[in-house]
Design a protein around this ligand. Structure first.
Ligand SMILES: NC(=O)C1=CN([C@@H]2O[C@H](COP(=O)(O)OP(=O)(O)OC[C@H]3O[C@@H](n4cnc5c(N)ncnc54)[C@H](OP(=O)(O)O)[C@@H]3O)[C@@H](O)[C@H]2O)C=CC1
Ligand SMILES: O=C(O)C1=N[C@H](C(=O)O)C[C@H](O)C1
Length: 252
């Protein structure tokens, strides 16, 4: 049985992953909270990494480097689900992936990863004349804005349009530089926070006289947890490298 070690075991996602593991033939090796306290399993972080076949990280960006170091020291694969990552974090992931398998994704749900594919293909065919607007809503406790998934969907728009980079045309603040017209080709973001919403995302392509709306609603955090366990099982035993949910699902 594959043993999963959970960084962030006391959090919303950590608890949901604990609940999802056994249904997929996995077991929880143990987990750590913010202070590095063990909750089940080995007493230290290093011992937890040793006792796990695969690690998962659903914590906070400033914890990423330490968790990668633990995975590297133990030679164990790690799934990074934490969002709000900067380019420096992504660089750190690429460096670690020279020696261990790392799957980084802002969203482990199957539905979002299929939506990502649909959005890229829609953007490719529609072109920049169709204005792209991304709207997301999450629970009141979420810290990062926009969501990692909104950025992932924006990257899909940029890729579909053949932009020079995944975030080439991103525009986050409509009021920056004062009132002005929408920039042609820009990908704009709107974030809502409130209540207990697990995660809603919508990509709107607005053309002249018509609109296409592609969206996903997570009705429960269990969809992320189930996808995370599936991805962790897939990752266990893989050779070093950076992996994505697309690799796991066989989507390009
Ligand atoms: N990729 C995906 O599919 C998904 C990603 N996420 C992302 O996962 C992350 C966690 O979300 P969620 O579970 O809702 O958050 P919670 O705040 O509920 O849980 C965070 C967990 O991480 C721990 N933690 C917080 N800060 C640190 C730190 N600096 N070092 C080590 N551990 C820390 C907390 O410990 P303590 O209890 O002691 O505070 C807790 O166990 C967020 O970035 C979120 O966006 C969320 C859902 C799906
Ligand atoms: O914090 C959350 O809850 C979620 N975070 C991820 C994100 O930032 O996209 C994924 C999901 O939407 C839930």
């Amino acid at each position: 049985m594959t043993r999963i070690g959970i960084f962030g075991v006391t959090g919303r996602m950590g608890r949901a992953i604990g609940e999802a593991a056994s249904a997929q033939g996995a077991t929880v090796a143990g987990g750590l909270d913010r202070e590095g306290r063990a909750h089940g399993g080995p007493a230290t972080a290093a011992a937890l990494a040793e006792a796990s076949d695969v690690l998962v990280d659903f914590t906070a960006p400033d914890a990423l480097a330490g968790h990668l170091d633990l995975a590297l020291a133990a030679g164990k694969p790690i799934l990074i689900g934490t969002t709000g990552l900067t380019p420096a974090h992504h660089q750190r992931i690429r460096e670690a992936a020279r020696r261990i398998a790392v799957l980084q994704t802002a969203n482990t749900s199957i539905g979002i990863n299929v939506l990502r594919y649909l959005v890229r293909e829609a953007a490719r065919r529609l072109g920049p004349d169709w204005d792209a607007e991304i709207v997301e809503m999450h629970h009141r406790h979420k810290l990062d804005t926009p969501s990692g998934t909104a950025l992932l969907l924006g990257a899909a728009v940029n890729q579909g349009r053949g932009a020079t980079s995944d975030d080439a045309l991103n525009r986050f603040d409509r009021m920056q530089d004062g009132p002005h017209e929408r920039e042609e080709g820009g990908v704009y973001y709107a974030s809502l926070r409130g209540g207990s919403v697990a995660g809603d995302h919508e990509v709107i392509f607005a053309g002249e006289g018509e609109r296409i709306e592609l969206g996903h609603r997570a009705e429960t955090r269990a969809v992320f947890a189930t996808g995370a366990v599936r991805a962790a099982l897939w990752l266990a035993g893989r050779p070093a490298g950076v992996y994505t949910m697309q690799d796991m699902l066989g989507l390009d």
